[in-house]
Design a protein around this ligand. Structure first.
Ligand code: FE
Length: 132
């Protein structure tokens, strides 16, 4: 099991940028095509912007055309949690960082490839670690 990261909202607010805080701690959604990692095609690991946990490999990234970074599967299944989200009259599945509880995005069943899944993730919740 990975060690949990727990901080007060004041601490998160100090450490994160306003955009990161809005997504990760307040479950916000960035505007489509606004995130800097949406079009990123470099090889490497996408980590949680709040706690640094490995979330998605560039191998699983695909161009969904939605305007948000999209992945077919998580890098390590235990690193994410899936929670039912029925807000706004929609039945969706929220994707949460298992280590720090940060909101990442949602997962849908219309993805390509063997998993059939599309992890639709806010760029603001991720930091990219380029493979060297
Ligand atoms: Fe995290």
């Amino acid at each position: 099991m990975t060690e949990k990261v727990e901080k007060t909202e004041e601490q998160w607010q100090e450490e994160l940028t306003p955009e990161q805080y809005e997504v990760l701690r307040r479950k916000g959604t960035e505007r489509p095509f606004s995130g800097e990692l949406n079009f990123n095609k470099e090889s490497g690991m996408y980590r949680c912007a709040a706690c640094g946990s490995d979330l998605f490999s560039s191998d699983a990234k695909f161009d969904s055309g939605t305007g948000w970074p999209s992945f077919t599967e998580p890098a390590e299944t235990p690193n994410i949690l899936l929670e039912p989200d029925n807000k706004f009259g929609m039945k969706r599945t929220e994707v949460v960082c298992a280590t720090c509880g940060g909101h990442l995005g949602h997962v849908f069943d219309d993805g390509p490839g063997p998993t059939g899944q599309r992890y639709c993730i806010n760029s603001a919740s991720l930091e990219f670690d380029k493979e060297t």
